[in-house]
Design a protein around this ligand. Structure first.
Ligand code: MRU
Length: 348
């Protein structure tokens, strides 16, 4: 069992996160010492991917408590409240962020009577535990998902739902890893995933690192490959699943799901329970982040679009539940997700 990529790590009392903006050209960690810094790391996408954002936010809360240990009690409480607010405002779509912050808040509130140094230590232990739990969950999802893939399967994925998007192993890429560990020959087709290029830069890099066969395509090639019979299944991750099974994921996912249905190709979503938001009735209520125009008009220092052009940059889209063949969760595979079978997942 290898841990190829350590997206977040705790070193000498600080959080280190791989700078995913510069991969694969450079592999560098950035060090974070406060909640505000972590919130900026999430906003600017040093760290991205729903579960990884949640883990980063937990460490952000723990860092803030550690930083504020010597403060007067009122200043400690005010500083912690501010940390929760700033972290919650960093990105809107991935529900794991809010799920993680809620867990940290309840641990904080349950320990209010203890000295601040003890509260900080307990919050840090909780952050470590949630990250370790994330890897366990991904491995469970991987084992369930691997049963859906035949030996030799050629599987398309969109964006990066890999180790880089989680505390380790990955969700969609975790299924590929688990299938390969189980002895299956799997080949991955990675959509490049405009505009941030998570597929070309991150998924391709992760798969190449591990020797899992991967072929990169631009986003507009998926339909052609499906029509030519070169894709057997699609597996993607998700940022938020509504109570009725509608799936928010990286912009372009909906297009892939429509194409998959047209060609009779199964469309699977790797989805930890922490990504299901029962408070949201359907996909229309999922907040969709709009990002900067510069991500669409060019990349880094190279601008290619006409100056002054109007731009839209929604970072996510919603795939209706009817297009989802199954959700792959840590509790098993949920075929034809709907309100009833999703609610059942949460019964003890
Ligand atoms: O904008 P990003 O890179 O944070 O978007 C990531 C995705 O859309 C992933 O598919 C999703 O978070 C699942 S990651 C296991």
């Amino acid at each position: 069992m290898t841990q190829a990529v350590q997206t977040l790590r705790w070193v000498d009392g600080a959080l280190e996160m791989i700078d995913q903006r510069i991969l694969p050209a450079r592999f560098e960690y950035i060090t974070y010492a406060s909640a505000l810094e972590v919130a900026e790391g999430i906003r600017s996408m040093v760290v991205r991917g729903a579960p990884a954002i949640g883990c980063a936010a937990e460490y952000g809360v723990a860092l803030e408590a550690l930083r504020l240990r010597p403060a007067a009690p009122a200043a400690f409480v005010a500083g912690m409240e501010h940390a929760f607010e700033v972290l919650a405002a960093s990105r809107p779509t991935a529900v794991n962020l809010f799920w993680a912050l809620e867990r940290m808040r309840s641990v904080w509130h349950a320990n209010l009577q203890y000295p601040q140094s003890e509260i900080a230590a307990t919050l840090l232990a909780q952050a470590h535990e949630i990250s370790a739990e994330d890897v366990r969950i991904n491995r469970a999802m991987g084992a369930h998902g691997a049963t859906l893939l035949a030996d030799g399967a050629r599987v398309l994925t969109h964006c990066n739902a890999g180790a880089l998007a989680t505390a380790g192993h990955g969700t969609a890429l975790g299924v590929f890893r688990s299938a390969v560990e189980a002895g299956k020959r799997i080949s991955v087709i990675a959509d490049e995933t405009r505009p941030f290029l998570q597929g070309a830069r991150l998924t391709a890099w992760e798969m190449v690192q591990e020797g899992i066969p991967v072929t990169l395509i631009t986003d507009n090639m998926a339909g052609h490959l499906m029509r030519c019979g070169e894709i057997d299944a699609v597996i993607v991750g998700t940022d938020r699943v509504a109570a009725n099974g509608d799936v928010a994921n990286k912009i372009g996912t909906y297009m892939v799901a429509v194409l998959a249905q047209r060609h009779g190709i199964p469309f699977y979503v790797a989805c930890p329970l922490s990504t299901i938001d029962l408070s949201i009735p359907d996909g229309n209520a999922i907040p969709i982040e709009e990002r900067a125009a510069e991500e669409v008009t060019g990349f880094r220092d190279c601008q290619w679009a006409a100056k002054g052009v109007k731009v839209r940059n929604p970072a996510f889209d919603v795939t209706p539940a009817e297009l989802v063949t199954a959700l792959i969760t840590e509790k098993g595979v949920v075929r034809q997700p709907n309100r009833e079978n999703i609610a059942r997942l949460f019964l003890v």
